[in-house]
Structure formats: C-alpha cells, structure tokens
Design a protein around this ligand. Structure first.
Ligand code: SF4
Ligand code: SF4
Length: 241
C-alpha cells in the first residue's frame, strides 16, 4: 500500500508507520521511494534513518517480493529519461528478468545474472535512478532471495500472489457433478461425469479462469502456495443438488 510521508532528518521506520496509523506487526517490508530507493525489513524498523523520500510502500504476507522488486525497478526506469547504456539497458535487462520470474519463465541462471550485472550498472550508470535500480535489485535479492528463487526452483509464488503460479481446483465438499465447468473448459483440462466430483488436470490447465464463474456451487477455487486436497480422478459426489 502506498503512503505519502514527510521528510525527516532523523526518525525510525516504526515512527513513520505510527504516524501513518499502520501496524508494523502486519508487515514484512517497507520501501522508501527515490531518492532513498531502499527496502527496510522488520528487524531494522527501529533503526534511525534520514528520510528524504516523500512516499513509502508497505508489504504484508500476501505481497510477493519478486513482483514488488519488479514494480520498483519499473518505477525507477520510468522516472528517468537517461539513455546511457548501463542505466537504460541495465534497467531493461533487470526488469525483463524479474518479469520472467513473475510469469513462470524464470531460469536458474537469472539471479546470478542480476547479481553480476547490478554492481557494474551501479558503477557505470550516469543517472541516479539507474544507480538506484542496481542498488534496489541487489538489496531485494539479498533480503528476499529465497522468496524470489522459489518462483524458479519450486515453481511457486510463496506469497500466493503471482497470477501465473495460481492453480485452479474443484473442492470435493462443494461439487455436485453438474458438468457446467467441463463444458466451459476449452483446454479439456477437466475430468468428470454426472454426479461425480470433477477434477482439474494441472498439466493441461492453462489457468485461463473460464471455469470459475460458471460453477453454480462456487466449488472451483484458485490457490497459491497452499493447495486444497483433491482426488486424482473423479469420485462419486457426496453433495447432492
Ligand atoms: S482454468 Fe481454464 S484451463 Fe484450467 S480448468 Fe478452468 S477452464 Fe480449464
Ligand atoms: S465444479 Fe462446479 S460446475 Fe464443475 S461439476 Fe462441480 S459443481 Fe458443477
């Protein structure tokens, strides 16, 4: 969530959050916008710092930090008209890599590439925003590396927020076997027959979401990191229409 803040020569993140009426206990990170361009995690909320930014963003457990990093990198890219090779091209490369990671196209070499590129970019970029992109990328990976990496190695978004990693499931307790979802699925990813609990084949499902609104029982749900238990094949419905 974005907030406007006042500059202060010496304060703490806890004090800034208190002045905004935000409960620090609910947060996993704070981002101070440019020119600070830095993340602060709860273990440093009590540290003294000079606040030169006029905007702050808060993140809670439901926010994905790979997506957060992508957003701040893109905002910094938009904030400068500098076209130097390292600032412009480096920012583009980092944003492309993070975009791929958030959309299930990340590769095992991606994080090493950012870690190699960012220090060179910070040293060589001509504009302050370009240098800030490099610092933000490095700091983001240092603080949230395992969460970002899980998108690549475990093919999951731990926060359950990136749409590309959401999966669709039919809840056994709610399905009446009416067959409406089966007809709505162009990918033929749904298995079932009358009065049997329908089952979504995750290998065939393209996560289009077309089945979600057609189910009269609200039996189809989206899931992030935590998946509901479903049978491998259709089973007789317990629930009657
Ligand atoms: S999300 Fe789309 S592809 Fe997946 S089961 Fe539903 S309709 Fe089929
Ligand atoms: S999931 Fe919904 S639409 Fe599909 S068979 Fe079950 S009740 Fe019908």
């Amino acid at each position: 969530m974005d907030h406007q803040i006042n500059a202060s020569s010496s304060t703490t993140t806890l004090d800034v959050l208190a002045s905004l009426g935000v409960d620090a206990a609910d947060l996993k990170a704070v981002w101070y916008a440019f020119p600070m361009a830095m993340f602060v995690t709860p273990d440093h909320f009590g540290d003294e710092l000079e606040v030169t930014a006029t905007a702050l963003r808060t993140y809670d457990a439901g926010d994905c930090m790979a997506d957060a990093l992508l957003n701040v990198v893109n905002e910094l890219r938009m904030a400068t008209e500098c076209t130097c090779t390292f600032g412009h091209e480096g920012g583009y490369q980092i944003a492309t890599i993070l975009g791929d990671i958030c959309t299930k196209k990340g590769k095992p070499s991606d994080l090493a590439l950012i870690r190699d590129l960012a220090p060179v970019m910070e040293a060589q970029a001509l504009c302050d925003e370009g240098k800030a992109i490099a610092r933000a990328a490095l700091q983001g990976l240092e603080l949230f590396g395992p969460e970002v990496e899980a998108h690549i190695t475990k093919k999951t978004c731990p926060a359950g927020s990136c749409k590309a990693y959401m999966t669709y499931h039919v809840l056994v307790s709610r399905c009446t076997g009416c067959g409406k979802c089966l007809k709505a699925c162009d990918d033929k990813a749904i298995m079932g027959k009358a009065r049997f609990v329908h089952v979504i084949d995750q290998r065939k499902c393209s996560q289009c979401g077309d089945c979600l609104p057609v189910c009269p029982e609200k039996a189809i749900v989206m899931a992030g990191a935590k998946k509901p238990k479903t049978p491998p094949r259709p089973i007789p419905c317990k629930r009657k229409k």
